[in-house]
Design a protein around this ligand. Structure first.
Ligand SMILES: Cc1cc2nc3c(=O)[nH]c(=O)nc-3n(C[C@H](O)[C@H](O)[C@H](O)COP(=O)(O)O)c2cc1C
Length: 325
C-alpha cells in the first residue's frame, strides 16, 4: 500500500491489549519499514469522547505510518469517531470487520458486519465521506466458512465505495484460530480486485512472509502473534525481501524489561497488569523455561514484581540472555 508516496509491504497486526505503544516502539527499533496500528478502539467510546480512551489514542513519533483501528456498526457514530481520530493525526482509519470475539459479535460489530452487507456498506459510505486520509478494512474471508464467491462480492463493494486497501485474514470468523489460514483464497482474490490486498495469518518466519508474497502476489503482509514473540521479525522480513542477510544479536532480557517499563511509562496504572500479562504470554516463548516463568508472572499484579522474576530467571540462565539470529 502506498502511504505518503512510499510503498509499504509490512504491517504489524492490530491486536487488542497487545499493540500498545510499548510493543510498537520496540518493533520500530528494529526497522522503520512497518505500518503500525492502534489497539482496536470502540467507536461509541471515541464518539462520546470517553477519557479512558486517551492513552490508547495517543500517537508517538515512532507511530509512522500509523492507522487507528475502529470497531462498531453504527454508520454515523463510526464516521464521527473516524473524524475525531483523524484530528489526532494518522495516515488512515482501519475498519474492523474481522474480530470474532463474542462480546464484539454480540453488538453486531467486527466480523458480524460480514453477515450484513447493507450495513457494512453504510458504514463504509459514511466513513468514506469523513476520512480524507486512507480508509482500509480488515476482514475475515467469511463468517461461517471461507467463501470465495462471498469474498469477491464483499471486496468489490468495498472497492466501489472507495476503500483504499483490504487486509484479509483468510479464516472464517467462526473458526477462531482453528484450521490454517487459507492463503489460496488470498491468491484467488488478488487477481480479481484492483485495490491492494494485504494478506494475514500464520506468518511466523521471514521465509514464510516471502513465500506468501511470491505465491499470492498480494500487496503486503500483516503479522500478529509472531511479532509479539519476535518484535525483530519485520527487520528480518525486510532483509529477506531485499535478498540481504541479516544477523542480529538480541538481548532477550533487556528487550523484555524495556517493553514492560514502557508499558509503565506510556499507559495508566490500571492497564499495566493486563497489557504486561498479554505481552508476556507471547514473549516468554523465547526462553526455555518460559512456561514456568510465565505462570509466576501471571500471579503478579505489579510490573515491578514481574521484572524481578525476569531478572532472577536470567541470573539463573545467563546463557539465554543473548540470542543471535
Ligand atoms: C490477542 C489477540 C488480539 C487481537 N485483537 C484484534 C483486534 O483488536 N483487531 C483485529 O483486527 N484483529 C485482532 N486480532 C487478530 C490479528 O490482528 C490477526 O488477524 C490474527 O492474529 C492473525 O494473524 P497472525 O497469525 O499473524 O497472528 C487479535 C489477535 C490476537 C491473538
Amino acid at each position: 500500500m502506498v502511504i505518503n508516496g512510499t510503498h509499504h509491504t509490512l504491517h504489524l497486526a492490530p491486536m487488542a491489549e497487545l499493540t500498545t505503544p510499548a510493543l510498537r516502539k520496540v518493533v520500530k527499533n528494529f526497522t522503520d519499514n512497518v505500518v503500525l496500528y492502534s489497539e482496536m478502539l470502540a467507536s461509541g467510546a471515541i464518539h462520546a469522547k470517553a477519557p479512558h480512551n486517551e492513552p490508547l489514542i495517543q500517537r508517538y513519533d515512532f507511530d509512522n505510518p500509523f492507522f487507528y483501528q475502529l470497531v462498531g456498526n453504527n454508520p454515523d457514530i463510526m464516521a464521527n469517531a473516524a473524524t475525531i481520530l483523524q484530528d489526532y493525526g494518522c495516515d488512515g482509519i482501519n475498519i474492523n470487520m474481522a474480530c470474532s470475539a463474542p462480546h464484539i459479535l454480540k453488538t453486531g460489530a467486527g466480523a458480524s458486519l460480514l453477515c450484513n452487507f447493507h450495513l457494512a456498506k453504510s458504514v463504509i459510505v459514511a466513513c468514506r465521506k469523513n476520512v480524507y486520509g486512507l480508509l482500509t478494512v480488515k476482514m475475515r474471508a467469511g463468517f461461517h466458512d471461507v467463501n470465495l464467491q462471498f469474498l469477491r462480492q464483499f471486496v468489490s463493494m468495498l472497492q466501489d465505495e472507495g476503500v483504499d486497501a483490504v487486509i484479509i485474514h483468510p479464516r472464517a470468523a467462526k473458526w477462531g484460530f482453528t484450521r490454517k489460514a487459507r492463503w489460496d483464497i488470498i491468491e484467488a482474490i488478488v487477481t480479481e480486485v484492483n485495490i491492494p490486498v494485504i494478506g494475514n495469518g500464520d506468518i511466523s518466519e521471514p521465509a514464510s512472509a516471502l513465500h506468501r508474497l511470491q505465491q499470492t502476489h498480494c500487496d503486503g503482509i500483516m503479522i500478529g502473534r509472531a511479532a509479539v514473540q519476535k518484535p525483530w521479525i519485520f527487520a528480518q522480513c525486510e532483509a529477506a525481501l531485499r535478498q540481504q542477510s541479516l544477523s542480529l544479536s538480541l538481548n532477550i532480557e533487556e528487550m523484555w524489561i524495556d517493553v514492560l517499563q514502557n508499558i509503565q511509562v506510556m499507559l495508566p496504572q490500571k492497564l499495566h497488569k493486563s497489557r504486561a500479562h498479554r505481552f508476556c504470554a507471547y514473549y516468554h516463548k523465547n526462553v526455555k523455561f518460559g512456561h514456568t516463568l510465565f505462570s509466576s508472572i501471571r500471579q503478579c499484579n505489579e510490573i515491578n514484581d514481574m521484572i524481578v522474576l525476569i531478572r532472577n530467571y536470567f541470573k539463573r540462565n545467563e546463557e539465554e540472555r543473548i540470542n543471535i539470529v
